[in-house]
Design a protein around this ligand. Structure first.
Ligand SMILES: O=P(O)(O)OC[C@H]1O[C@H](O[C@H]2O[C@H](CO)[C@@H](O)[C@H](O)[C@H]2O)[C@H](O)[C@@H](O)[C@@H]1O
Length: 256
């Protein structure tokens, strides 16, 4: 993995930007720094301003584990596409679709209600996003205990549901939902774009990093270098995101 802000990385970035790619961004841990409470996450104002300017010159999309409604409330601009709940819902040029749903989510909702006291005592908070759940334990005093409590809840998870790990969170989505890679592929088709730059940081972004390896016009960048990641390039951490956005913008300037 190469640093995207190295001389070589920036040359690759400029070449991509000249093709007017789709600029696709993960939200938490990428555009918005990780914070203790999910409700308090926000994009720093400088990044928001640069994203707005980018969205006037290029197609911009957000690919997030959050619900679309939640993500929208944290964006000061309207992207061409938003993929929400890890791929389970999409909003592209005003058209909303739920892609994948399962009755089994209703069963899990009931089970979560039955285990509410136990989850609360273990410091687990539940984010019900309708097409998916996030079971958060960042604020638990004892993370192993919280994870055990979640594992007990999910031990007989129906085959129609799938779980995945994230940053101090366990996500549950319907098994027939696309992941972010499937959703990105559909988005590119829909927008009739072939080239994409994707920036993400977490487990649910790895399918996109792997997808990028199979395509010739897909540049993948991971926030936070990690040997096990399939991303091609990295940023050290989210404090470098604004610098990257500025380089993207400069590469679109007429004289660039
Ligand atoms: O795909 P993403 O946009 O990265 O969304 C993944 C999840 O992000 C949120 O949780 C994470 O961020 C929180 C705020 O920084 C943090 O407190 C939590 O520990 C992280 O897991 C969001 O709440 C989830 O719904 C998303 O699935």
């Amino acid at each position: 993995m190469e640093h995207i802000l190295s001389a070589q990385g920036l040359q690759v970035l400029r070449n991509y930007m000249q093709q007017r790619p789709l600029l696709a961004f993960d939200f938490d841990g990428t555009l918005a720094p990780i914070v203790a409470k999910p409700a308090e996450a926000s994009i720093p104002s400088a990044s928001l301003s640069t994203l707005q300017q980018l969205s006037e010159r290029c197609a911009v999309a957000i690919l997030t584990g959050r619900s679309i409604r939640d993500a929208q409330s944290r964006l000061g601009f309207e992207p061409r596409g938003i993929v929400g709940q890890h791929g389970a819902e999409s909003l592209v040029e005003g058209e909303y679709r739920v892609v994948g749903a399962s009755q089994a989510l209703a069963g899990l909702r009931q089970k979560i209600a039955e285990h509410a006291d136990e989850l609360r005592a273990a410091g687990v908070s539940v984010e019900d996003k309708q097409q998916s759940f996030a079971l958060h334990y960042r604020q638990a005093d004892d993370h192993p205990r919280a994870r055990q409590c979640i594992a007990r809840l999910l031990q007989d998870l129906p085959a129609q549901l799938q779980q995945s790990a994230g940053k101090c969170v366990v996500n549950i989505v319907a098994g027939d939902s696309p992941d972010k890679a499937g959703a990105l592929s559909a988005l590119l088709d829909r927008l009739q774009l072939a080239t994409v730059i994707f920036l993400g940081d977490d487990e649910n972004d790895e399918p996109v990093f792997r997808y990028a390896m199979t395509r010739s016009h897909c540049l993948s960048i991971k926030v936070g270098a990690h040997e096990a990641s399939s991303a091609q390039y990295y940023l050290h951490d989210d404090s470098e995101v604004q610098t990257l956005l500025m380089h993207m913008l400069q590469a679109l300037a007429p004289h660039a």
